[in-house]
Design a protein around this ligand. Structure first.
Ligand code: PSU
Ligand code: MN
Length: 302
């Protein structure tokens, strides 16, 4: 297997310095150009400000790269044929030497190869609305049941069935921890109407729970649900109506499978005249702040 760990990250591993993993699907399939590149770079800068090493993960010509360079980020952001790689895609992406952006599930797998314990993203995949008929449940959830990373996100978007996603996470044994809140956030706004299992007030509390979980031999991830800052929230009724319209269009055009999440993100962006994109960027930057602190706290504990 071809695996390239950027020298900066190798050094950090040797020095036992904190590292934060970042995904690339958000760059290639989650945001338009040039905001995708700008955000990816800003996220790395925020993490570095905490003295933590960022590791953006992706696959170029079948080689897994832990710590893409700015040039490589540009390449994955601009290339026409970049696959969206989840767990099941990895074998063929590697054997056929293809280019791919990694989703939450694939990023967790690659991050684990490098021993990284904290991962920052925007939103995780989950149980899609109507999954009782379509069976569309993101493999991010199964990955969270087996791969040992704390995943910092702004909750789950209401393009998904949020209560069912939380039920599934419970079944899979994945702790859902609210960061300075008990409310489970809904990505574009801070309250989905559902509750987190526990509220954590500091990065240390989160780090202690990570340590306790893995010391118990309980494999799998932890969801750290960090709400979008108040000033960037979108009105719940407004965004939920737009999401319903986007879902209806996806249904009419028969868009399904791995194409559905990128389609909905793009449609919602269009219907909100970019307001959803602005919120998306701000929540990712906010997650980077929290993820960096958790990575630092965790390394100080072990
Ligand atoms: N949610 C977002 N932006 C994204 C994604 C989710 O707000 O870019 C991406 C993540 O990479 C996530 C993937 O892992 O979509 C889930 O895809 P699916 O629903 O096909 O499992
Ligand atoms: Mn799916």
């Amino acid at each position: 297997m071809k695996l390239r760990i950027n020298p900066k990250i190798k050094q950090a591993i040797e020095n036992k310095s904190p590292i934060v993993a970042l995904e690339s699907t958000i760059i290639s399939h989650g945001m338009p150009y040039p905001q995708n590149i700008e955000t990816a770079i800003k996220v790395e800068q925020i993490i570095e400000r905490y003295g933590v090493v960022p590791a953006t993960i992706g696959i170029i010509k079948g080689e897994i790269i832990i710590g893409l360079t700015e040039e490589e980020i540009n390449y994955l952001a601009l290339s026409k044929k970049v696959y969206k790689a989840s767990r099941r895609d990895l074998p063929v992406i590697i054997s056929k030497q293809l280019d791919a952006a990694t989703t939450v599930s694939a990023t967790m797998i690659c991050a684990q190869l490098a021993g990284i314990k904290v991962f920052v993203t925007g939103g995780i995949g989950g149980v899609h609305k109507g999954a009782d008929k379509t069976f569309d449940i993101s493999c991010d959830l199964t990955e969270l049941s087996m791969t040992d990373l704390a995943v910092v996100c702004a909750g789950v978007k209401s393009i998904l069935d949020i209560p069912l996603t939380l039920e599934r996470l419970e079944t899979l044994g994945v702790p859902v921890l609210g960061y300075q809140t008990k409310k489970f956030p809904a990505f574009y706004n801070s309250d989905s109407g559902c509750e987190c299992d526990y509220r954590m007030d500091t990065a240390y509390e989160v780090a202690e729970a990570m340590k306790a979980k893995w010391e118990l031999g309980l494999h799998g991830g932890i969801v750290i649900a960090n709400p979008i800052p108040k000033e960037y929230e979108l009105d719940k009724d407004y965004i939920d109506k737009i999401i319903l319209d986007a879902l209806e269009e996806a249904r009419q055009r028969d868009i399904k499978g791995k194409a559905i999440t990128p389609f909905l993100l793009d449609k919602i962006k269009e219907l909100t005249s970019n307001k959803s994109l602005e919120a998306n960027i701000e929540l990712v930057l906010n997650n980077a702040e929290v993820g960096a602190q958790i990575a630092k706290a965790y390394m100080s504990l072990i």
